[in-house]
Ligand binder design. Structure first.
Ligand SMILES: [Zn+2]
Length: 318
């Protein structure tokens, strides 16, 4: 079973909430599955089509509980559907107009008297906005397996519905982007945190936990990689410093001879030449008595300043 289908199954298993939310969720299912059609004045046909039997069953129970109406469930498999099975919930025609009215989807001003998007009133409450998003996700939602990448989307059948999805997500402080793809208006989220928030909002807690587990694993992996990169950079810098120090020492040797240096500098110059790859802390161990990292550093800096004076021809005062 895919991660996306598990997430939808989890949502479908949840019982519909308050009547206001159940109506908002049903409105979403009808609108997003494009299942409302006009059959003549006051006559409509209502259906919900989904590849998931559990989604159709969920709406069967919702309609039963909300209106006391038993719907018909059909199984479709045609060459038009490329041999794929689709499940269809058909709301009995004699109840269709009432269901549309209860879901606030009738509007005399609209084409054929049917609203293309839910009314403002229907999505007035946060609980109903959430239910509307759940309905949309059950019908046209997808989420990629977090092991492979972070992507969650709603493929809306038209632009106004896509806008309502974006507005509803924004209401819960989840930002979304939109794109057109194969005649669908796709609203999508990127980023593990956004998607985890969206799954939690929809109520897919197990899917959200699975995603968080992957995020934690990836985060630890990234931290280890960052540490490795950081170590590599430090090592590189150390090698470059050692090379410059050896160049200084060779210059001093050539121009004035190491014998003219005070003993402390002569010693560190010898040790650096003998151990070109050692870090400063290890270099101090070769001295007698041993010297700490900052002491080694200060002596090497004095060598650097002598070498620089030699390079620029300044007077030396060793
Ligand atoms: Zn509500």
């Amino acid at each position: 079973m895919s991660y996306a289908s598990d997430a939808r199954r989890e949502l479908a298993a949840e019982a519909p909430g308050e009547p206001c939310c159940a109506r908002a969720e049903l409105a979403a299912a009808l609108l997003f599955s494009g299942g409302i059609s006009f059959q003549g004045v006051g006559r409509y046909s209502l259906q919900i089509l989904s590849p998931d039997a559990f989604v159709v069953r969920h709406y069967f129970l919702l309609v039963k509980r909300l209106f006391g109406v038993s719907c018909q469930i059909r199984t479709l498999r045609t060459t038009q559907l490329k041999g794929l099975t689709r499940y269809q919930l058909v709301i009995p025609q004699e109840h269709a107009a009432d269901v549309l009215a209860q879901c606030d989807l009738l509007d005399r001003e609209a084409l054929f008297g049917i609203r293309a998007t839910p009314s403002e009133d229907a999505l007035n409450y946060a609980c109903c906005k959430r239910a509307f998003l759940r309905g949309a996700f059950l019908l046209v939602g997808a989420v990629s397996n977090p092991e492979k990448g972070y992507h969650l989307e709603f493929a809306a059948p038209n632009a106004p519905l896509a806008e309502i999805v974006i507005k509803s997500l924004n209401y819960f402080e989840i930002s979304a982007k939109k794109a057109c793809r194969k005649a669908k208006f796709v609203v999508y989220l990127k980023g593990g945190e956004q998607i985890a928030d969206a799954l939690a909002l929809l109520g897919a807690k197990n899917a959200m936990m699975a995603l968080e587990n992957v995020r934690v694993k990836k985060d630890v992996g990234n931290r280890i990689n960052r540490q490795i990169n950081c170590d590599e950079r430090n090592m590189q810098r150390q090698l470059e410093n050692a090379e410059a120090q050896i160049e200084d020492i060779l210059l001093i040797e050539r121009e004035m001879g190491l014998g003219k240096l005070p003993r402390s500098l002569r010693e560190i110059a010898r040790v650096r030449e003998e151990h070109p790859d050692s870090p400063l802390s290890a270099l101090g161990e070769f001295l007698d008595p041993p010297l700490g990292k900052s002491g080694v550093n200060s002596r090497l800096r004095r060598l650097r300043s002598i070498a620089e004076k030699l390079r620029s021809g300044e007077d030396l005062d060793v």
